[in-house]
Write a protein that binds this ligand. Structure first.
Ligand SMILES: [Fe+2]
Length: 410
């Protein structure tokens, strides 16, 4: 049989005809790592460091510890750019790139959540290559040697200290940024965007409010479940995502209820880091397609939007075919949920479990509770259809499917 005949666009099991998995970021996890930041970042070629963060984090003792840790390694903190809002946009990216130039930085250290890390990633692109943030929209579009076919040109040394436990941006090759004028979130992804270093130290989430632990933890859960069920799933991605789900199962509630539990917070950082790994092969799904427009139009925090949308997507996908349901059975088995019955039953069991988790964590369960009006659905549907995550969902939703999913989540 010819290779082309073996290639099924939605092969949910067996030997995949092709996938490529790369996870090049050096991850260090443990206690006391902030103190050794400079020692570690120097190994990546950094000497003059611009710290990118937000005002809330800047006001905490963490930034002082970061500065001390960087300087202890003989590096210099040449500037701190702290103007990243919770839902960053293109103008902020340009501001951070400008700060890197003005301070004569040769490297960038992101200390923050997804918004900070994604801003710093794209700022690094502008810092190195210039242009406007949206000039770089899309995947694999960064400058390459040899007429665009060769190795992409490297960016400045880039490291992340995540201060939330959800996005996994510290090891991903993508950035999601809002274009406020156009009310869209656009994505930029390419190999040089993989951070060179990710530092997972529970010290960095010590002052994280429990509500943010809950919301970002649900983002991580969404990455893991969508990664396993995506048409772009891979055994490598599954291995990471299933372990992420075990760690979320054992630590999410604990970290929310006991913020002083360093081990639980540390394990949440690792869970989020593992949960994003399926995206290295492009595996994600339409909970994200539904959630991105909620953020772009109504400022719904990403993790909250995913927590609300995920259960409806699970039920929608699981009922669409036994090959898809089989992937959800793996998840249910790990979580101790019902694995028997048809796809609808399996999906319903998992969806109910997710809804119960969201409720127990104290997060909103409805889009109407977070400012999304019914009249906004057509606009949201338009965004969801155009979202890159839609292409890799195991089921291709119609416009009406998306509208129905939003109505259910409302
Ligand atoms: Fe996400």
């Amino acid at each position: 049989m010819a290779a082309e005949e073996l290639i099924d666009a939605r092969q949910m099991s067996g030997f995949k005809p092709f996938y490529q998995f790369q996870s090049p970021t050096r991850v260090i996890a443990g206690y006391g790592l902030i103190e050794g930041l400079g020692f570690e970042f120097a190994k990546e070629g950094a000497t003059r460091v611009l710290v990118v963060t937000d005002e809330v984090i800047h006001a905490t003792a963490l930034i002082d510890k970061v500065r001390a840790g960087v300087e202890d390694g003989g590096l210099e903190v040449v500037g701190i750019y702290d103007q990243v809002p919770p839902d960053s946009d293109s103008s902020v990216v340009k501001g951070a790139a400008q700060a890197a130039h003005e301070h004569g930085a040769d490297s960038i250290l992101a200390v923050g959540g997804g918004s900070v890390m994604d801003t710093a990633k794209l700022a690094n692109v502008i810092f190195r290559h210039g242009g406007e943030p949206r000039d770089w929209e899309g995947y694999y579009g960064l400058p390459r040697a040899n007429d665009g076919l060769g190795r992409p040109e490297e960016l400045a040394p880039f490291a992340c200290v995540p201060t939330t436990c959800g996005t996994g941006s510290e090891v991903s090759f993508a950035a999601v940024i809002k274009d406020s004028a156009e009310h869209v979130k656009f994505q930029v992804g390419d190999f040089p965007l993989y951070p060179r270093l990710a530092v997972l130290d529970p010290e960095s989430t010590r002052t994280l409010p429990p509500a943010i632990v809950a919301a970002t933890g649900m983002d991580a859960m969404t990455h893991a479940i969508e990664g396993i069920v995506s048409s772009e799933w891979s055994p490598h991605g599954d291995a990471c995502a299933l372990q992420a789900l075990r760690m979320l199962r054992d630590n999410l509630q604990l970290a929310v209820e006991h913020p002083e539990d360093d081990a639980a917070r540390g394990n949440m950082l690792i869970a989020a880091n593992l949960a994003i790994q399926p995206t290295h092969t492009g595996a994600i799904g339409i909970a994200h397609s539904l959630s991105h427009p909620c953020g772009a139009h109504y400022n719904v925090p990403h993790g909250v939007a995913n927590a609300i949308n995920l259960p409806w997507v699970i039920e929608y996908n699981a009922a669409a075919g036994e090959d898809i349901a089989a992937k959800y059975r793996d998840v249910n088995e790990l979580l101790g949920l019902e694995v028997g019955g048809d796809g609808a039953a399996v999906g319903h069991a998992l969806a109910d479990h997710v809804r119960e988790t969201v409720r127990t964590l104290g997060l909103p369960g409805r889009l109407s509770e977070v400012g999304v009006p019914e009249s906004g659905i057509p606009l949201l549907v338009e965004g969801a259809i155009g979202d890159g995550c839609t292409l890799v969902n195991p089921v291709e939703p119609s416009e009406e499917d998306f509208a129905e999913l939003y109505r259910k989540a409302l």
